[in-house]
Design a protein around this ligand. Structure first.
Ligand code: ABC
Ligand code: CA
Length: 497
């Protein structure tokens, strides 16, 4: 599938080991499910590719139409100072699958099951480095043989140095990890390495019918390598360029090195806007960030918009207030880009800090159909219906129009995007008596409107103005997504079409 195919999708990111336990229909392979899955133990908790299938109804119930799964390739399978490779990122040979998660047939079964449901599969590709336990003579031939890696010659690696994150060359050629567990940096400038990986990715994508790739450690491999690699892959690629700079992250897309990147700068802006109460962040800044997303990237519509991932502290650990989190989710789903939901976000997982606490098993939640799950389902439905109906306002659809701020205060912001006006605020809970007024929505006065989230009815005042009283629902600063009552009917939301 291409970038254009992906832009109307939404992605659910999961760690295979932690998303679904083996069950009757998905027998455990090598991993029995432990009594309790303790993230701190950093060991396998039993999820497999087959067990993911059991939870596809759960995902579709939330409107998910694409999943990104953790790396599928062979890892080191020994005890390390950071325990075991349950996460799948310690790949030592991409030419083999990871037997911890199943067989070739199992992966194929998962993918065909996804395709039957018109869901896409995105696989995480980790080729930047190879872990070694042989710290002192990591690059000797003997030690490389012992590592069981696909790269057997010292020339296929860069010389040892630890990454200095302030220096881009160092980011590209130096080593991840630390003295306890060095991750040897693969020499992605070496012609043999380049041709091997380019041939390999083409075959892998074809063999398994992969729809898209997440490129791990995007900024740790030279952009020129990615150009050839992504071209060989021939499907949508989204890189992990873990960096707060708009220009730097955009250079990977704008330079044609990959189709897209995960939107770390927007993630930072959303966190800042909605993380903390009282109001220490300004909604004007959020409006500026939306403008930067639009002006920095050649194709902002495929940038991954996320609140959390497997390397970061969970959003709800920082933002306990459910109303602030609700506003952040509306931003995640409606801003230009592809919404990416990290497994557990829908269950309000908020465990501890980052890795390994942010990787708890999902099964203790019983996969409940709770408030956040339902909000995600609703946001996916609204987004999907806006896209598929192609409804327009002034000749512009939701997908083609750019979010434009039409009203802002330090605590509130309203955007027009095609046929909708949506509002966000960081007032949080509990309810207050204040109101937010938009002077001109663009609709004529006396236009009947519906909030697609609550189905409550509104009407525009003189000049097309609109007033939101946060007290009325009693929950505090709720977000709103307004459409005309007649458009709501066409969307099939809040009333029959
Ligand atoms: C293991 C243990 C941990 C232990 C650690 C030392 O070793 O599990 O408990 O603390 C994999 C595993 C990890 C494992 C590591 C190392 O390997 O998943 O569990 O940790 O063995 C990718 C993957 C990630 C993966 C790897 C390595 C790479 O998503 O899961 O980790 O294969 C950097 C990289 C990025 C990488 C990330 C973990 O580290 O760039 O590719 N992720 C700054 C830097 C970023 C940096 C980030 C975090 O810090 O700019 O480059 O990411 O260290 C913003 C700024 C950002 C800033 C952030 C923190 O703040 O704008 O620039 O990011 O405001
Ligand atoms: Ca590198």
């Amino acid at each position: 599938a291409t970038a254009d195919d992906w832009k109307s999708r939404n992605i659910y990111q999961l760690l295979t080991d932690r998303f679904a336990p083996p069950s009757d229909t998905a027998p455990a392979r090598t991993n029995p499910v432990p009594e309790t899955c303790d993230p701190v133990a950093q060991t396998w908790c039993g999820g497999t590719w087959l067990s993911i299938i059991d939870k596809l109804d759960y995902l579709q119930g939330m409107g998910v139409d694409a999943i990104w799964i953790s790396p599928v390739h062979q890892n080191i399978d020994v005890h390390t100072p950071y325990n075991y490779a349950y996460h799948g990122y310690w790949v030592n040979d991409v030419t083999k699958l990871n037997p911890r998660f199943g067989s070739e047939q199992d992966l194929q079964t998962l993918i065909s099951e996804l395709h039957k449901r018109d869901m896409y599969i995105m696989v995480d590709i980790a080729i930047n480095s190879i872990p070694t336990l042989n710290q002192n003579d990591a690059l000797s031939s003997e030690s490389l043989a012992a590592d069981n890696s696909m790269w057997t010659d010292p020339a296929y690696f860069h010389k040892q140095c630890w990454i200095d994150y302030s220096n881009q060359t160092s980011c590209e050629i130096c080593w991840f990890g630390d003295a306890n567990l060095p991750l040897m940096d693969v020499n992605t400038e070496h012609p043999y390495v380049i041709s091997t990986l380019n041939t390999w990715i083409k075959d892998f994508v074809t063999k398994y019918n992969i729809d898209g790739l997440r490129l791990d450690a995007g900024k740790h491999i030279p952009p020129e390598f990615w150009s050839g690699f992504t071209q060989s892959a021939g499907v949508f690629t989204i890189g992990e360029v873990y960096d707060g700079s708009w220009n730097f992250t955009a250079s990977y897309q704008n330079g044609g090195h990959m189709d897209s990147v995960l939107g770390f700068p927007m993630n930072g802006a959303i966190s800042k806007a909605f993380s903390i109460k009282p109001k220490n962040s300004n909604m004007t800044d959020l409006g500026v960030a939306v403008g930067q997303q639009l002006s920095s990237y050649n194709n902002p519509r495929v940038i991954g918009n996320f609140l959390e991932n497997h390397d970061m502290t969970r959003f709800r650990n920082v933002t306990a207030d459910p109303i602030l989190a609700y506003n952040a989710m509306v931003a995640q789903f409606l801003f230009e880009g592809i919404p990416v939901t990290y497994y557990g976000q829908e269950q309000d997982l908020a465990n501890g800090h980052d890795d390994p606490y942010n990787r708890a098993a999902l099964w203790p939640t019983n996969y409940e159909n709770g408030t956040t799950y339902q909000r995600i389902a609703r946001l996916n439905l609204i987004r999907k219906q806006l896209i598929t109906t192609g409804l327009q306002f002034n000749g512009k659809s939701y997908m083609d129009d750019n979010s434009t701020a039409i009203g802002v205060t330090p605590t509130d912001i309203a955007f027009r995007k095609g046929p909708i006006v949506y509002t966000l605020n960081n007032r949080g809970s509990p309810s207050e008596t204040e109101a937010f007024g938009i002077l001109a929505t663009g609709w004529p006065s006396q236009t009947a409107l519906v909030d697609l989230l609550s189905c409550h009815q509104f009407i525009t005042g003189s000049g097309g103005s609109l007033s939101i009283s946060y007290a009325q629902d009693g929950y505090g600063g709720l977000p709103y997504i307004f459409a005309t009552a007649s458009d709501a009917k066409t969307l099939g939301i809040c009333g029959k079409p």
